[in-house]
Write a protein that binds this ligand. Structure first.
Ligand SMILES: [Zn+2]
Length: 282
């Protein structure tokens, strides 16, 4: 599932193609996504100039010159593929739901086999109050995401720290993969109560979240199955996962005999797999 680094990678790839471009046509083949594509989506977009492509949490925000904003989300399996003018654009498949064609001839295709993604419209003036946006927590790569700010968000939170990290109101943009990796890197047990991650632990966790996300971004985003960057290349940070998807493998930082300990452990928390090292993470 695309998390912050993947969405940011998509955003950075879309910006040079879409910013300043005028939408010549928008072809919608499937309106039934996580929320329905608005019936006036085509009418509101055609002939508009795109001013800015940004990211907030896992949302793509595409600003138009008339104050309209497209809120996009890649859901579980969404993908944006860029075809530059002159590229051979394949005939749309059944999962290719929306094409954004700009005047230069470039085309951006939104595909989403599982249809948990979305493309809706709002206005820039009310974006901050939009139901999907208003409760989002701090951006983990922004300077205001400090250990103290994280500790404050976790105060009184009775869930496990793993579940809290997936809560977009506490930290924006983390998903299952980077939550596991951040907890491993900071040596914090995923089972620890979130409210007990304070002080130096919160600082360590904040630093781990930032370093994990930064490395993933440098690697061009990653995902588990077949996430393809908008330039068509596969993300490759998954090769660097230290715990995620590595149940039973030796822990990369422990000296213990993994044949005896069983290596990295997998548990289920709130319906999601958590991978961790019970010896390193407390
Ligand atoms: Zn270990």
């Amino acid at each position: 599932m695309p998390e912050l680094p993947e969405v940011e990678t998509v955003c950075r790839a879309l910006s040079p193609v879409l910013e300043g471009a005028i939408l010549q046509d928008v072809v919608i083949r499937q309106f039934s996504l996580r929320f329905p594509v608005p019936p006036n989506f085509h009418e509101k977009l055609v002939s508009r100039r795109i001013v800015k492509v940004q990211r907030r949490a896992k949302y793509l925000l595409i600003e138009l010159d008339d104050g309209g904003v497209i809120i996009g989300h890649l859901g579980m399996s969404g993908r944006m593929t860029i075809y530059r003018v002159g590229d051979n654009v394949p005939l749309p498949g059944r999962h290719d739901h929306i094409d954004f064609k700009v005047v230069s001839g470039d085309l951006v295709r939104f595909s989403d086999p599982r249809r948990f993604g979305l493309m809706i419209l709002t206005e820039a003036g009310i974006l901050k109050e939009h139901a999907l946006i208003k409760n989002l927590g701090p951006e983990p790569l922004n300077p205001d995401f400090t250990g103290a700010a994280l500790a404050d968000r976790l105060k009184g939170c009775k869930s496990s720290i793993k579940s809290a990290l997936l809560d977009q109101r506490k930290v924006a943009g983390l998903g299952n993969i980077y939550a596991c990796e951040s907890l491993f890197r900071s040596g914090i047990s995923p089972n620890r109560r979130a409210k007990n991650v304070q002080g130096i632990r919160a600082i360590k966790l904040m630093q781990a979240v930032q370093s994990v996300l930064t490395e993933a971004l440098e690697a061009g985003g990653s995902s588990i199955r077949d996430h393809i960057q908008p330039n068509g290349k596969l993300g490759y940070f998954q090769k660097c996962f230290q715990v995620y998807g590595r149940e039973g493998a030796p822990c990369p930082t422990c000296n213990c005999d993994w044949l005896v300990t069983g290596g990295i452990k997998r548990i289920i928390q709130a319906g999601r797999s958590t991978f961790y090292c019970p010896r390193k993470q407390r």
